[in-house]
Each structure stands twice: as C-alpha cells, then as structure tokens.
Ligand binder design. Sequence first.
Ligand code: DXP
Ligand SMILES: NCC(=O)COP(=O)(O)O
Length: 248
Amino acid sequence: MTEANRILLGVNIDHVATLRQARGTRYPDPVKAALDAEEAGADGITVHLREDRRHIQDRDVRVLADVLQTRMNFEMGVTDFMLGFAEQIRPAHVCLVPETRQELTTEGGLDVAGQEARIAAAVERLTLAGCEVSLFIDAEERQIEAAMRVGAPAIELHTGRYADAHTAEEAAHELSRIRDGVICGLNHGLIVNAGHGLHYHNAEAVAAIPGINELNIGHAIVAHALFVGFKQAVAEMKALIVAAAYRG
Ligand SMILES: CC(=O)[C@@H](O)[C@H](O)COP(=O)(O)O
Ligand SMILES: NCC(=O)COP(=O)(O)O
C-alpha cells in the first residue's frame, strides 16, 4: 500500500461513556474500549469532553493520556477552561469543535471565518503546548481558507450532512462537496480528516476520496460492538475503510 492510498481510523469512544453515564455505574469503561480499539487496529482514539459532561469525564481523559499506546485526538469547544485543560494534558491532537448544550450532537462545523482572531489565539496556545490542531469545519472554501489563515495544520470535514442525506441524489451532492473540500484543503497544504455520522454502509465512499488522512468514527462502532464485541467492530471498520481507500 502506498502513502497515497493509506487511511487512518480514529475511534471515538464517547458513546461507551454515554452508556456508563446513563446509570452512573463504573462500567462500561471507555478506557478499556480504547485499549481494545488499539489492539484491533485503531490508529488513534478520539474523545470529546463536552461542557455538559454528558459522556466523557475529565478523569477519562487524564487516564487515557497515561495509557494510550497510539495517540489521543481531543475534541473540545473553544473555551478558556478547555484550553487550560488541554495545556495540562497535552494530547497529540486537539480538534476544535463548535458546541452547544442543547444539541443532540455536533450540528455543523466551527465558524472559523467568523471568528478568526479568537481561533488563531487558541491554535497558537495549543501549538505552543505541543498539540497538532485541527478544526472541525464544514466543507466550504471560505472555512478551509480561514483554517489555513489561523495557522491550523489540519482540518476535519464534518460529514454529518452526507450521513443524514435522505436520497441518493442528496448523498451524492454532499459527497461531492466533501470531495471538493478535500481537494481545497490539500491545495492549501492542510492535513484533511473527516468524520461524523459515518457507519458501515456509508464510510467507504468517504474513505475512497483520494488524500483523506483519517476518518473519525464513533457512534456506529459502539453500536455494532453491542452485537459483535468492540475489537471486532473496530477491526471490521478498519478493514472496510482501508480496502475502500486502496480501491480509490
Ligand atoms: C465533534 C464530533 O463530531 C463528535 O465528537 C461528536 O460530537 C461526538 O458525539 P456527540 O456529538 O454525540 O457528543
Ligand atoms: N469527529 C467525529 C467523531 O469523532 C465521530 O463522530 P460519530 O461517528 O460518533 O458521529
């Protein structure tokens, strides 16, 4: 396999923690899920420490920082608290995401173009802490250009609209927006990742887009793991996206 068709899988373990928080128990443990995911071929582990702490907790992040063999992709809103927390933990990757308490899930990308100075300051702080920063944005040229201007080396294109498409035409349209976004990001020298709402039936088309570095996938893997176990769920997703990237 050449560099050109290589693709990485970041496994998001948030919803292992969702199940634990539903009952306030000690199980299931997202840390165990992370270690199993790594054994099954995950290239990295993604966690989103939400302001409302609905799933991942501060302690999970601290323990993961000590035990991960791969690398952590720490998703966070752009707040002073989170910036300070990331500076303590120093994850390999930090992905800045938009966040509201009321949302069911992350609804759309970060408006980098609308708040360049604020995002640039956050990118600078995190870069000084040794983190590689990515920005979770919609596949829009003006957001991609703004991401480059604020000094982020990477972007993650929000695939939620593609995942939520109601018709094949809509899905094809959203996929072509993502494809254009990848080209635009690469032309601006950015590392381009993608994720949100990807599952075992829609991830291949995204993985097949040339130049995508990594897909971050969580909810579908956690759901499938209920029936086949966490390691198998991760291994199946990894095999699926690697084969799709190879076929191109
Ligand atoms: C930013 C992103 O896409 C994921 O981290 C996602 O937000 C995690 O799941 P929830 O949105 O359900 O918390
Ligand atoms: N950034 C996207 C992510 O980490 C996983 O999102 P999902 O697969 O849980 O929708």
